[in-house]
Design a protein around this ligand. Structure first.
Ligand SMILES: *Cc1c(COP(=O)(O)O)cnc(C)c1O
Length: 383
């Protein structure tokens, strides 16, 4: 089955449960243990929400595994639950991780603050220098961790180099694929071992659930299970249902967001008050060629630098009528933030400048509003 069909029919129960066309919610924390008739009870058969093996989990795991072209998937109560469980499960005490330097704030902070305290080592590596990864290699290096598209400058690291390096040195390659979503990019056929998602974003797509997902081989998922089950980051059945429902429209949503984002980015590029429009789909983006070669679409995230002071930028943003000022992304409604006040507020202005993040930089998550309205709104506000 192709992607669009997998989204609708992948993992759905056969036969349908009570002929319900939609996967029902199994709002039961525990399940009766099967008795094989001889009076013998099989305790390996225990079903419990924290063990991630209820009908809602099973259907969701199969659907997500199919759309990421992996063998097996595991959903969780947040992107961070999947990311931290995978990092702790795959990189053991005394082992070393090589990680991209401009990661999602939560992941970066976890690796900096907690990874060493938990007996693991980490070396951060510039996203632009993936061809030099060997300089970070140690005897105890176990894995490499990257993001397919960085926040908020939307850089695409040399993912091919990462995969090659990991294979050469028998390392596990891990990638956070939240920004492109499986519609635009499938890291597993590309060569990555472990794919992570904040399902809060595009996978669910409606800004009404916090969830995460991991996709990998059956063996890797089985390996992570005991730790994951004890850490307890399970997704509750009602949230499973919402994520399951949201997923079915991933294809139509992201296709539309790809188109609208390109239109908005092009309009921003031509706006007098915009110093720089940043979108991997624009030919002047430094990683445009890579994104074009590897991704089916350029995604729904657009950033731009306002040409003026922070106060002038704030005044212009206040004139926006459609996008709302809020963190998070990938939903049906357009949202924007100024990273200096949100994801990167923990850094000084000088530190941000070093990362290429100006205080007048604005990050936009394009929703499903009519693209003409979005373009018109940005143009009126900025002019
Ligand atoms: C939001 C996000 C996360 C964290 O996900 P939560 O669902 O908020 O825990 C991780 N990585 C990326 C790229 C994100 O955008």
């Amino acid at each position: 089955m192709k992607f669009g069909t997998q989204l609708i029919h992948g993992g759905e129960p056969h036969p349908l449960i009570e002929r319900a066309v939609t996967m029902p919610i199994f709002q039961s924390s525990t399940y009766e243990i099967a008795n094989n008739g001889s009076g013998e009870i099989n305790y390996n058969d225990i079903k419990y929400v924290r063990l991630n093996n209820t009908p809602n989990h099973i259907a969701l795991h199969e659907k997500i595994a199919q759309i990421e072209q992996g063998e097996s998937a595991l959903v969780s109560s947040s992107g961070m639950a999947s990311i931290t469980s995978a990092l702790l499960g795959f990189v053991g005490p005394g082992e070393h991780l090589i990680a991209q330097d401009n990661l999602y704030g939560g992941t970066l902070h976890f690796l900096k603050e907690f990874f060493p305290k938990l007996g693991r080592e980490v070396t951060f590596f510039p996203a632009e220098e993936m061809q030099n990864l060997k300089h970070a290699l140690k005897k105890n290096t176990r894995a490499v961790y990257v993001e397919s598209v960085s926040n908020p400058l939307l850089k695409v690291p040399d993912l091919q180099e990462v995969v090659k390096f990991a294979k050469e040195h028998s390392l596990l390659s891990m990638i956070d694929n939240t920004f492109p979503s499986p519609f635009n990019f499938n890291p597993i056929p590309f060569g990555f071992d472990v794919v992570l998602h904040s399902a809060t974003k595009y996978l669910n797509g409606h800004s009404d659930v916090v969830a995460g997902a991991m996709v990998s081989t059956k063996e890797n998922v089985r390996k992570i299970m005991p730790l994951f089950n004890h850490l307890g980051g399970c997704l509750d059945p009602h949230a499973c249902f919402l994520l399951h429902r949201g997923l079915k429209t991933l294809g139509v949503r992201v296709r539309s967001q790809n188109e609208s984002a390109l239109k908005v980015a092009t309009a921003l590029k031509n706006c007098k008050k915009v110093a720089r429009a940043i979108y991997p789909g624009l030919p002047n983006h430094p990683d445009h060629a890579r994104a074009k070669e590897w991704f089916k679409g350029f995604g729904g995230m657009v950033s731009f630098e306002f040409d003026g002071t922070v106060e002038q930028a704030e005044a212009a943003l206040k004139k926006l009528r459609i996008p709302r000022l809020a963190p998070s992304l990938g939903g049906i409604e357009s949202l924007y933030v100024r990273p200096a006040t949100a994801s990167h507020s923990g850094l000084s202005s000088a530190e941000r400048e070093k990362l290429g993040i100006k205080d007048t930089l604005v990050r936009v998550s394009i929703g499903l509003e009519d693209s003409d309205d979005l373009v018109e709104d940005f143009v009126q506000a900025l002019n």
